[in-house]
Design a binder for this molecule. Sequence first.
Ligand code: OSB
Ligand code: MG
Length: 368
Amino acid sequence: MNISRIVLRHVAMPLKSPFVTSFGTTTDKEFLLVEAYDEQGLVGYGETTSMTGPYYNEETLKSNHHILRDFLIPLVLHKTIQHPDECMELFHPIKRNNMAKAALEGAIWDLYAKQQNVSLSRAINGEKSRIPVGVSIGIQPDITAMLKQVEQFVAQGYQRMKVKIKPGADIDVMAAIRREFGDIPLMADANSAYTLADIDHLKQLDEFNLMMIEQPLGHDDIIDHATLQREMTTPICLDESIHTVDDARKALDLGSCRIINIKVGRVGGLSHSRAIHDYCHDRGIPVWCGGMLESGVGRAHNIAITSLPGFTLPGDTSGSDRYFDQDIIEPAVTVQDGFIEIPTTPGIGYNLNHKRLDAVTLFSETYK
Ligand code: OSB
Ligand code: MG
């Protein structure tokens, strides 16, 4: 395929309510939408998943813009690419900046699938027709508010609840949810809010029979997590500290985790996501697809990757209405009885609502 034009748009979509984690509060979803056009006028879409500040990882919307504009786009514009997997080699000399890479690679995957006239799920050899989904719940002002959130999402059919925790909002919150809702599938995500000094504190979570605790320790750590995993019965799931197949291998060899969260942006795209999936599948390690509050475009990519067979645990890909009054895709992503249907139409399988997209675009620029 030949990419003849690339458009970047800076998009800002208001969230229905602020999303609070141990590292900060997000009120608007801002990202760069990548549109990759071929000579026939077909277009593939991808989006960046960094935040505006470097608090989840080191990337930001502006760092993604710099890397896309000055390094990644020149590597693909007017170059012949036979298959999107080639982006792995092509982008390899550029260290990290995985969320910038994933946005462009995702647009190329969508374009490729549309050229082949197959769904993105089919293009990556996905097998499922629908995926089980859970939901991620931000830190709430108090326990009553948290119980209300859980009640609402249980009623909507989500198959597991993930609750954000931080020191001072952890044991009591999980205890209250167990008391109120019994044995529902439940997990916690700390986003690196603890250290090994908290080991006795964290061990208190073991009594709640959680499916897992996500990234309790340092964002870049796999050593202390191994120490903690030896002390805790709750399985540890790594998010922030896994970027590559090698990271997964080392973490599993060390015993740092028993489950891995694969985020398409964090690992540099769909091809790398599939590689980590394949590696974990071979080792019998369950994986699930994490999220970064994506718009419908990123959500569609998450749905496609989750159609691979090793994504055995419900992920964080909720419906569009979890975060947005109006999405930029149509139809919106919907959840029914705790499942999302995998689209079968070409590419990501959702159309862009151009009127809505223009209304939430702050600026756009064209590379040709
Ligand atoms: O750690 O999984 C995380 C959102 C922003 C940054 C980090 C994380 C999250 C979520 C939300 O948990 C997942 C989603 O619903 O997209
Ligand atoms: Mg996480």
